[in-house]
Design a protein around this ligand. Structure first.
Ligand code: SF4
Length: 675
């Protein structure tokens, strides 16, 4: 196999390969919750591989983790499956850098089935950045290969003795010494892993120097795709696990091959014809939203002090496409293909997503597109989350301008940022301080009012004072200041529809519904960008048409209607032609599914994550935003241009069935079968 680094030192474990192993496995299963082993031996559902494994890094042992069909029905997979596993394990006393912090890598039932945009996997653990439950989603091909090896999820416990990387080949688990990989950037590490495995068709993920040096917002990189947010790379770094490779010879079965193929064909055609998934995303990538954000004054600019950037055109999606884009590509089997490829130092590499473009661009007062491309590439190579990294630098620039922390950084001056990123990843000089993120820096030096984070996680690129529903989402999101986990209400507040972005009306209920939907999409293994196509083409085709204007005007008055649907999701026992995600679960997985069940699964996941966070002390007082966004109007002459957070929070808690302190009530937990 041409292994230059390390040897097969320990820990090979064969499942089903020997009668003895099978016997031991069953005995272990009997010890779980007193349930019968037979419940866990295989799934009646297709799509799933039927096996989750617990990997103890210290002992270098592997064993099956029991998971029943009942649990598959309740939690689907991905981040919700991970939340259930961690909900059963975490007490609230665990620290991110501790052996008790289990890291769960999970796929969904649709991963690898050929359903559109379904090559996703999720990583969940306690975050070093926020100290609460984190989840981070990633594309590429790792999830698909994990399924081919026969696993729905890996549960990684403990800490390596020394530095290791893990090779999984079907039933074989091999722990290798990783001394020679340690210190490599992610691109070099990926190349070396290919040499070491001697394979072409396999999945891999790794951390860069940032993860090794415990930068709080270190990412995990897989095929140039990032599980960027919440510092999962630092958790792997602390565990001493540099990389995982996986290959397998199994196939992912589908329930009804003919119906699945026919439905996928229909869905792909729909996605291709839709203006967002068929045109904007393939043409411009997520970066295509920059111009729209500028026109709606929601483009984060100079540390969120403004919503428009005077030089936005230099760092827009159109400029990226016209002058820098080499071609586009996508995650395995994706028809949307939103990835932009650009040149950095003469090499074709993955271009920046919207978040990176804005946060290394307008939010640093930077109009030099090539510098954004360089920083984006470097951040991925070092294994840094671009959102938190750029936001922390923006805070430092403002702190420096205000004389709070004289670090020498200035808005509009990108020179020197490349070496700064290297210093952050290696924790050198001021890089060591910046590696802690904006929350900790502002608590040390002052300037908390303009440290743009929630629960320690820096916000995404949408300035929320002109999209207040998005502001609510940032504040209450389970993983901290995240646009996606926050419900992405901004799509109805300017980016797709244009429902009054300043009103709090209906935003809490809309946010809850969107959150539940996206939780379920993610849990099934699909990319949440498929949800762009929920908005009927007719509404998007003519933003100034009567129909669209009516919907925009009516939406803020429909909170009560959305509340009823949220409260009684089982009323929605239908499969809608614009939400294909439910029907495909019936055809590919063989699971009874409709919109109501789907929303309820999402709701269950959201509440389970919240329940875990409450054990770590999260309550209403943590659901907040920096004062800049709640107390200072973006337009000094228009007091409505700030986030009326407390009003929306109260409605949101009621809608969710949480008490006034933001804690899920016993009744809610029982209704959702969490307890
Ligand atoms: S839409 Fe983009 S991010 Fe999502 S699966 Fe496709 S290529 Fe990957």
């Amino acid at each position: 196999m041409g292994k230059d680094i390390g040897a097969k030192i320990h820990g090979t474990y064969i499942f089903y390969g020997k009668i003895k192993s099978l016997f031991i496995e069953q005995i272990l299963l009997y010890r779980y919750n007193g349930k019968k082993a037979v419940d866990y031996m295989k799934s009646k559902y297709s799509g799933y591989m039927g096996k989750l494994v617990e990997i103890d890094l210290g002992a270098e042992t592997v064993r099956e983790y029991p998971w029943s069909d009942k649990e598959r029905e309740l939690y689907l997979g991905g981040k919700i499956m991970a939340a259930r596993i961690l909900c059963d394990h975490l007490t609230g006393n665990e620290k991110a850098f501790s052996e008790e912090n289990w890291l769960v890598i999970a796929t969904g039932p649709l991963t690898g089935t050929g359903a559109p945009s379904s090559a996703r996997f999720n990583i969940s653990a306690i975050s070093p950045q926020t100290g609460i439950l984190a989840s981070s989603n990633c594309g590429g091909s790792f999830g698909f290969h994990l399924k081919k090896a026969g696993y729905d999820a890996l549960i990684i416990k403990g800490r390596c003795k020394g530095r290791k990387w893990l090779e999984i080949n079907d039933d074989e688990f091999i722990f290798h010494d990783a001394e020679a990989l340690w210190g490599t950037k992610t691109g070099e590490c990926h190349e070396k892993l290919a040499e070491l495995c001697g394979k072409k068709n396999f999945g891999r993920l790794c951390i860069g120097p940032a993860g090794e040096n415990l930068v709080k917002y270190a990412s995990v990189i897989s095929d140039e795709r990032a599980a960027g947010r919440t510092g999962m790379g630092a958790v792997l770094g602390w565990k001493g696990l540099k990389a995982i490779t996986v290959s397998g010879s199994r196939s992912v079965e589908v329930y009804d091959r003919e119906k699945t193929a026919a439905y996928i064909k229909k869905w792909v055609a729909y996605l291709k014809e839709h203006p967002l998934t068929g045109s904007q995303l393939p043409r411009l990538g997520t970066a295509g939203l920059v111009s729209s954000m500028q026109s709606h004054s929601i483009l984060a600019t100079r540390n969120y002090s403004a919503g428009q950037f005077e030089d936005f055109d230099s760092v827009s999606g159109e400029t990226l496409a016209e002058s820098y884009n080499v071609n586009n590509s996508g995650c395995l089997g994706c028809t949307i293909r939103c990835r932009r490829n650009v040149k950095v130092d003469g090499k074709v590499v993955k271009g920046p997503e919207l978040e990176t473009l804005v946060l290394f661009g307008s939010n640093l007062g930077n109009s030099d597109m090539q510098s954004v491309l360089d920083l984006n590439y470097l951040a991925d190579e070092l294994g840094l989350d671009t959102i938190s990294c750029a936001n922390t630098i923006a805070w430092a620039m403002e702190a420096s301008a205000k004389g709070i922390w004289n670090c020498g950084l200035e808005f509009g001056k990108p020179d020197g940022l490349a070496s700064l990123l290297d210093d952050i990843a290696h924790r050198r000089g001021i890089g060591d301080e910046l590696a802690e993120g904006s929350k900790r820096l502002s608590e040390k030096y002052g300037g908390t009012d303009f440290a743009i984070h929630s629960k320690g996680l820096e916000l995404a690129a949408y300035e929320p004072r002109r999209a207040v529903g998005q502001g609510l989402g940032y504040a209450i999101a389970n993983r901290g200041g995240c646009h996606i986990n926050g419900g992405y209400a901004v799509i109805a507040e300017g980016l797709g529809l244009n429902a009054d972005p300043q009103t709090p009306k209906a935003k809490a209920d809309l946010t809850m519904m969107m959150q539940n939907l996206m939780e379920a999409i993610s849990a099934s293994g699909q990319c949440i960008f498929t949800s762009y196509a929920f908005f009927p083409k007719a509404l998007l085709a003519n933003p100034n048409g009567i129909l669209t204007k009516c919907v925009n005007s009516l939406l803020p008055h429909l909170g009560w209607g959305i509340r009823i649907m949220n409260r009684f999701p089982r009323m929605l026992a239908v499969n809608l032609p614009i939400i294909h995600h439910t029907a495909i679960l019936k055809y590919a997985v063989g699971m009874k599914m409709d919109l109501g069940r789907y929303l309820e699964i999402g709701e269950r996941g959201y509440n389970m994550e919240r329940l875990i966070n409450t054990r770590f002390g999260i309550s209403a007082e943590n659901d907040k935003l920096p004062k800049r966004l709640t107390d200072v109007p973006q337009d000094p002459d228009d007091p409505s241009t700030r986030v009326p957070l407390e009003v929306m929070k109260r409605t949101y808690y009621k809608a969710r069935g949480w008490d006034e302190n933001g804690i899920p009530t016993e009744k809610t937990l029982r209704r959702l079968k969490i307890k």
